[in-house]
Design a protein around this ligand. Structure first.
Ligand code: ADP
Ligand code: MG
Length: 781
């Protein structure tokens, strides 16, 4: 512990020195005219061009931004904000509590890194904040001669391109990810909107890179679903019993069928073996129906509104309009609810948020809560977390948890506590972990005749407005933990005297980090405040992650007449269980990442080939390499040098090679027994063929047709491959009975599928190139 502290203070010392240097420049900057200050931008760019490094100019650049902010916004960066800026500039995470002014902190490194002329992306958690931050901070940057852009989903490609050309671009992470995917689906390089990645600052970085990390961004188009099959499967699995017909692993969230379950399906559908390849579709529907049943609870994970299933964001508790689950899972939930089925989406392109952001050479982030996940940030993103001292000391009181026997006891105590605080006018924010829970709390408060704001399923704007009012005298606000993240709660008049904002948590989240987020709502910028969690031993988390330990504990502890348990054992148990949860969730994320890495590498390979096709004017070298590879593969396949040459299929090879090389007459004889000889022939053929193709080159028609053909085949094979990979992944967890490590198995089979896809792609390109060649050389009549 001590050594950690020492290391932290040593680290801070380095930043303090830099801050002193910035402070020393203050008078010089103040003496400059507006124009002279602005001219600094040009000067810095020149210095970078002349070989100076970011580190050489960062102190001066920060001093310039601070002076500009003071002139334009009347806000002068606090010293601790400069520290935050240095941490971001070097690609790390600045942990700064709510209210410390992270928006202004970002103005420093975004300016500095923008000087390199390669674009800076500032990522916020919602559009409202992107707009707000761009408006405010943009004024500083524009004053200094940079241009600032905003990237929004409603914009057309032309407008997006302008936004991305700007020195600094604001927007929501998902939209940047979607632009990446769309850029890899264009048919002409001029249609791309993004530039190569350079540097990004992610606000509320834990929410983006941890909570949302594995969220896939999917571009899909519609395909039909088997509606009947969906309803049938839904009906059958409704009769299934857990542990008898199917298994469900709560921790890894996987479902699988038992022998009994399989038998029931086979009987129900009159088939012999569910695992036969021809029943793959049925199997898929059964599994999705099971998932819909056990993993999705109405009013917790989704709501039904106007005959539609709306998913609920587990962090904000907001219904997510327009978001749907892929792979038929959405339809399975609709079938479960007896709703009309929407069309199913077939994936055209997808990437997880995590893998999108891992593409940036320099990535940085800021948040109030990162330290608890420090290892994860280091391991997965190579970012360190630096805790920045607060501008003013935090005087908020975080009271220790109150643990109750039952949920009922807990809510009663919460209600009593809210009533007490409200009676003296102190504002209270009650945080919950789900909509369902928010409504429970609301019921109790209503019974007591208390008036409150309930922040369920509100729009971002409403949420922001209501949350920002939560610090007013007499206000009671009930919201899920993450609602209105990024919005400041300012205290109303006379509220500081009443002790500031009182935050009450009603359940421990699976991560301490989210609890800390809730606590951080109170006591900003040296304000007074108080936080307390009210929990019960009946809460979900304990049952799910520590059932046995809980039972043991219950034998040892007892409660007073309000149900309060004060035993130290109970406190330890709560803390330990939360750690177990964190560990387990981390493992799941790690596992997912490993799975995702497989398709990620493949995507990189295919996208870089695709981009090459779009970017280059001469297709010949690309065709050359694909076609040579096709020839090699065919030879290896049909005349495996490890086999006896008697077993070679020389005639088949001759046929295949003649397709690949239309200008060459191959004469292979069954007697051929030297692989070198065959290679010699094909090498000659390749040379000859490409000599001929080269002669065509002045015919721009060949290039145009080839380019179109290449893109079409790449897309076609890639889309099929994504589908195959999704199905493979689906099967992985379910075939848990095999001896092999599931990740290894997925990697191995994923690679096989990829090689197979690539081989087909090469062969198609070879065949098509031959046919283009023939068409162009055919004697015109
Ligand atoms: P955070 O994102 O860290 O929670 P915000 O960026 O929302 O904080 O800022 C909180 C408030 O503090 C805002 O009203 C902002 O204008 C104000 N603020 C930030 N930095 C300064 C500063 N240096 N001087 C004055 N006000 C500031
Ligand atoms: Mg903020």
């Amino acid at each position: 512990m001590l050594s950690v502290l020492k290391k932290d203070s040593r680290q801070l010392k380095k930043y303090r020195m830099l801050v002193n240097q910035v402070n020393a420049l203050e008078q010089v900057m103040q003496s400059l005219s507006d124009d002279e200050l602005k001219h600094k931008t040009i000067e810095f760019k020149e210095r970078l061009n002349n070989g100076e490094k970011i580190e050489d100019i960062q102190v001066e650049a920060f001093a310039v931004v601070r002076e500009a902010a003071d002139r334009v916004l009347g806000m002068r960066h606090f010293d601790v904000q400069l520290i935050g800026g240095f941490v971001l500039a070097e690609g790390n995470i600045a942990e700064m509590p709510t209210g410390e002014g992270k928006t202004l902190v970002a103005s420093l490194p975004s300016y500095l890194r923008a000087l390199e002329g390669k674009g800076v992306h500032v990522i916020t958690v919602n559009e409202y904040l992107a707009r707000r931050d761009k408006e405010q901070i943009g004024k500083i940057h524009e004053f200094l001669g940079l241009n600032v852009g905003l990237n929004l989903p409603i914009m057309d490609p032309g407008a997006k391109k302008i936004a991305y050309q700007a020195d600094i671009t604001y927007g929501v992470g998902t939209e940047f990810g979607f632009d990446f995917l769309r850029d890899n689906m264009v048919y002409d390089s001029s249609q791309r909107v993004q530039r190569p990645y350079h540097y990004a600052i992610i606000d509320e970085v834990d929410s983006v890179l941890i909570d949302e990390a594995k969220t896939p961004l999917i571009i899909a188009n519609k395909t039909d679903v088997h509606a009947d099959l969906s309803y049938l499967c839904s009906r059958i699995v409704k009769t299934f019993k857990l542990d008898e017909d199917f298994l469900f692993d709560e921790e890894t969230k996987t479902v699988s069928l038992t022998e009994e379950g399989i038998a029931k399906i086979e009987k129900g559908f009159g088939i012999d073996n569910l695992y036969e390849i021809e029943h793959q579709t049925l199997y898929h529907y059964v599994i999705q129906a099971l998932r819909a049943r056990v993993m999705f609870t109405r009013d917790v994970d989704y709501i039904v509104k106007d005959g539609k299933v709306l998913l609920i964001d587990m962090f904000t508790g907001r219904a997510m309009e327009g978001r749907s689950l892929s792979n038929g899972l959405h339809q399975a939930i609709e079938a479960k609810e007896g709703l009309e089925l929407t069309e199913e989406n077939k994936t055209q392109a997808s990437i997880t948020i995590q893998n999108y952001f891992r593409q940036y050479p320099i990535l940085s982030g800021m948040t109030g809560t990162a330290k608890t996940e420090e290892n994860e940030f280091r391991e997965l993103y190579n970012m360190s977390v630096v805790q920045i001292p607060t501008n003013k000391p935090v005087i908020r009181k975080d009271l220790s948890d109150r643990i109750y026997m039952t949920i009922e006891d807990k809510y009663k105590a919460v209600t009593k506590e809210v009533k007490k605080a409200h009676a003296k006018g102190q504002p209270v924010l009650v945080g919950t972990t789900s909509i369902l829970q928010s409504e429970k709390v609301a019921e109790y408060l209503k019974k007591e005749g208390l008036e409150f704001e309930l922040l369920n399923a509100k729009s971002v704007e409403q949420e922001v407005r209501l949350i920002s009012l939560a610090g007013q005298k007499g206000q009671i606000t009930v919201a899920t933990n993450m609602a209105g993240r990024g919005t400041d709660i300012k205290l109303g008049d006379g509220v500081a005297e009443l002790g500031g904002l009182y935050v009450i948590g009603t359940e421990k989240h699976e991560s301490r980090r989210i609890d800390n987020q809730l606590k951080g709502r109170s006591g900003r910028q040296g304000d007074p405040g108080k936080t307390q969690f009210f929990i019960s031993l009946e809460d979900d988390m304990f049952r799910r992650f520590a059932r046995e330990e809980l039972e043991k504990l219950l034998k040892h502890v007892d409660a007073d007449d309000t149900g309060l348990v004060t035993h130290k054992k109970a406190k330890d148990f709560v803390e330990r269980t939360q750690r177990i949860c964190e560990g387990s969730n981390f493992s799941i994320r790690e596992y997912q990442l490993k799975l995702d890495n497989v398709i990620n590498t493949q995507r990189n390979t295919v996208y870089s080939l695709r981009n090459k096709v779009l970017d280059e004017s001469n297709m010949l070298p690309i065709q050359f390499s694909l076609i040579s590879k096709a020839a090699e593969d065919v030879i290896r396949d049909l005349c495996n040098p490890e086999l006896d040459s008697d077993e070679w299929r020389v005639k088949d090879l001759e046929e295949k090679l003649s397709i690949i090389f239309p200008v060459h007459k191959f004469e292979l004889t069954e007697e051929m027994d030297s692989i070198d000889e065959i290679h010699e022939l094909t090498n000659k053929a390749i040379e000859h063929y490409f000599g001929e193709l080269d002669k065509l080159q002045d015919k721009s028609e060949f290039q145009t047709i080839s380019k179109r053909m290449l893109i079409a085949y790449i897309d076609h094979h890639w889309l099929d491959h994504i589908d195959a990979m999704e199905k493979l992944k689906e099967g992985i967890g379910l075939r848990g009975y095999s001896q092999e490590d599931p990740i290894r198995q997925y990697e191995r089979e994923g690679l096989e599928l990829f090689q197979y896809m690539y081989y087909n792609l090469e062969m198609d390109i070879a065949r098509e190139t031959a046919s283009i060649y023939k068409k162009l050389t055919a004697p015109t009549v």
